[in-house]
Design a protein around this ligand. Sequence first.
Ligand code: ISL
Length: 528
Amino acid sequence: GTVTRWWRDAVIYQVYVRSFADGNGDGVGDLLGVRGRLPYLADLGVDAIWLTPFFTSPMADFGYDVADYRDVDPIFGSLADARALIDDAHGHGLRIIVDVVPNHTSDQHVWFEEAVAAGPGDPARERYIFRQGRGATGELPPNDWESVFGGSAWTRLPDGEWYLHLFAPEQPDLNWENPEVHAEFESILRFWLDLGVDGFRIDVAHGMVKAEGLPDIGHSDQIRMIGTDVVPFFDQDGVHEIHRAWRRLLDSYPGERIGVAEAWAPSPQRLANYVRPDELHQAFNFHFLNTPWEAERFRAVIEESLATAGLVGAPSTWVLSNHDVKRHLTRYGGGEVGLRRSRAAALLTLSLPGSAYVYQGEELGLPEVLDLPEEFLRDPQRLRNPDDGRDGCRVPLPWSDGEPHFGFSLPGVNGTWLPIPSSWGPLSVESQLEEPLSTLNLYREALRIRRERRAFGEMPLAWLDSPEGTLAFTRDAGFTCTVNLTGEDVELPAPGRVLLASAEPVVQGGVARLAPDSAVWWQRDDAS
Ligand code: ISL
C-alpha cells in the first residue's frame, strides 16, 4: 500500500481511560465516555489516541495488571464498546493505539492461577519466574532484586516457592524464555489488529528478558530501581528479538500499524536500539520529564534526542507529561508561572521535528492535584513511596462548569473515583472554548497550524543565534519558533509576523519584545 509514514510526525493524545469521561454514570471513565468525546479530540486536531489499558483487570495497578488481554473490564465497558470506539474513531480520522502489558500479568490471570494451583515443578509454573528461596529453609528471596514500587521483587507462596514481580506482587513477571509466552502475545496482538487498532504502546518494553541466572545486583545500598540503572532485569539484549518479531507481525497488516516502546535504557544510544528500522516505530523520549526550565538544558536535550533517534533513522518523540509523573505545570513551579511555562512548552514541543504526545488535560492547563483526601489514594507506588504517588495527575477531566461533576460523570452520580477540585470550573473544556486566549484554544490553534504544514514533521531544525535564556529555531519555509525561558522581557529581531503566541510579544520597528516564559511562532512572509 501507500507509505504515509503517518507516525513520524503524529500528535498522539494519551487518554487515561479511567479519568477521561464517564459514559455510564458510575464515577469512573470508560470506553463509552471516550466515544462520546471523539468529536472533541477530532476538533482538537490530534492524529491518534493512545488508550491506557482497559482490559479485564482487578485494578491493583489500575489496569496495568491484566487478567484477560482479549476482553474489556466491565468497569470500562464491553468488547462491543471497544469495537464501536475503534470504528467511530476511524470515522473521525483518528487512529487508535492500545496499551499492551507483556512484562507481567495480573495475579488473577488464568495462567497465574493455574501456576499457583499446580505447585512446584509443574510446567504451568514455567510461564512465570518461580524459584526456590535462599537460606536454610528457603526463607530468603532468590536474589536481591527490588521492585520498582519498592521492597523485594519476590513474593513467597505457601508451598515455599517464590515468584518474581518487578512491580506490585499482584503483577507476576512472565517468563519470556518460554515459547508459549511468545505465541500467546502474538495471538493477542493479532486479536486487536484484527479489530482494527493502529498500533500498540508497549509497557515496560525493556523488561521482558532477564539476565541468565538472575544474578544478584550486589550493592547493598540499592534503594530504588529507576529505569536508567544498569540492572540484570532491564534492557537486556535479548529483548530486541521480541520487538523484531512484533515488527514483522505489525508489517504483515495493512495500514502502517505501529509499536511504541515504553522503554528505559541506561543511555540514549541504548534507547535508540528499540527503534532500529526492524524494531519498533517510536520510543518515548522521557527527557523532558526532568528537564529544568532553562534554555541551555532544553537545547541540550533537544539536540541529543534528535541526534540519537537520527542515528537509526527514527523520529524523535516529545513527552511533557503522562499518567506516571507530576503534571508539568506543577513541575514548572505551579500557579501563574507554571501556566506560562507550560503554554510555552506546548508551542516548543509542537514545533520540534518528530512526534508529540499530549497527556489528557495538559491542553487545559491542569495542575497536579496535591491535596487529594487520603481515603482516595490507591496507587501501588504510593503505598511504598508516600511522596511519589501518581494519583494527582490522574484526576478526572472537567468538561463543563455548569454541570454536576463538571460534566465528567452523569448527573445523579455520588462522586467521581477521584474528586475534581471545586476550583476547576474555569479550566473546563466548555469554559475554555469560550475564552479566545485559553490554553485549550492555544493547543487547538497550534495543532491546526501544524496540520496545515505537514512539512513541519520531517524538516530538520536549524538553530538561530538568540539572547541568553532564549531558544530560536527555524523549520520549514519562513517558520521560526522563539522561546523565552527567563522571567524577564527579552528583545530580539522579529523573525516575521506572529502566527501564534503563548503570550503576545510587543513588536515595534523590527524588534520583538518577548514576554517572560513565553513562546512565539513566527512566519516570514517573503519566504518562498
Ligand atoms: O512510574 C515510573 C516512575 O515514576 C516508572 O518507573 C514506571 O513504573 C515505569 O515507567 C513503568 O510504567 C508502566 O508500567 C507500570 C505501570 O504502573 C505504569 O503506569 C506504566 O506506565 C507497570 O505496568
